[in-house]
Design a protein around this ligand. Structure first.
Ligand code: OAD
Length: 230
């Protein structure tokens, strides 16, 4: 089976009603990013950061996977499909993707402030956390999010995956945030690389990249037909 590695960003979830970060009206226009999504911001006002991610969880609870998430999961019948996502939502999993690596953490999990490897999953009836939240083991808990200023623990695994891809597909990212934005440059020479985004960022030094300047659902419909040879 050929291995397809998908590298997805906020744009793949846009048609599910999840607000992106840097588009007009995006989250970073509405909230000061360094207050709600950085290590310094969390140290300065943890309550604000908990409230910000509580609101994101409530938005996610109302959302459902869209056709792009579903087509990716559907390709598992014919390909070895791996998803590396910058997204903290769980829409790839809810669409049925079995191999999803979250580079920037997971909204539906909390993790221990003192033991980073200890996480707990929230349930739909219990979506909120605060600086007073304790884990079942008594640890103080924080959103399981990689804040700006923190290391990206899964990046080595993601780079190895990119280097093992037979086909590499980037969807819905402004390519602003490293190291995730550099993953497409880890592919082996000659690997077909696609980039689906209605407003694609420049990709200097990647002359052979196939840019599809359309929304995720439309781009995935086109790519699905092409990959299945129909
Ligand atoms: P951005 O908000 O920076 O970029 C969203 C991208 O999605 C843009 O390139 C849009 O053109 C595109 N887009 C919008 N609607 C789309 C649609 N219907 N289909 C496909 N694409 C669409 O989001 P990311 O690049 O994912 O990190 O941002 C990367 C990281 O920055 C996030 O993971 C987050 C943020 O700060 C953390 O919070 C750690």
């Amino acid at each position: 089976m050929k291995k397809i590695v998908f590298s997805t960003g906020a744009g793949i979830s846009a048609e599910s009603g999840i607000t992106t970060f840097r588009d007009a009206g995006g989250l970073w226009e509405q909230y000061p990013v360094m207050q709600v999504a950085s290590a310094e911001g969390f140290a300065a006002d943890p309550g604000l950061v908990h409230r910000f991610y509580n609101a994101r969880r409530h938005d996610l609870a109302k959302a459902a996977p869209n056709e792009a998430h579903k087509l990716i999961a559907g390709l598992q019948d014919s390909f070895d499909v791996r998803v590396v996502t910058q997204n903290v939502d769980d829409l790839h999993e809810r669409a049925g993707s079995r191999n999803v690596l979250h580079l920037h953490g997971e909204l539906m999990k909390l993790r221990s402030v003192i033991r980073p490897e200890y996480t707990e999953t929230l349930t739909p009836d219990n979506l909120d956390s605060s600086p007073d939240t304790r884990g079942r083991n008594g640890d103080p808990m924080r959103p399981h999010i990689v804040f700006f200023g923190e290391a990206v623990p899964e990046i080595d695994t993601a780079m190895r995956l990119a280097a093992s891809a037979d086909i590499f597909v980037v969807i819905g990212t402004s390519l602003n945030v490293y190291p995730a934005a550099g993953l497409m440059r880890c592919v082996r020479p000659g690997t077909p690389v696609y980039y689906i985004d209605p407003d694609p960022a420049p990709t200097p030094g990647m002359p052979d990249i196939r840019v599809m300047a359309v929304k995720a659902t439309e781009g995935m419909r086109m790519l699905d037909r092409e990959l299945r040879g129909i």
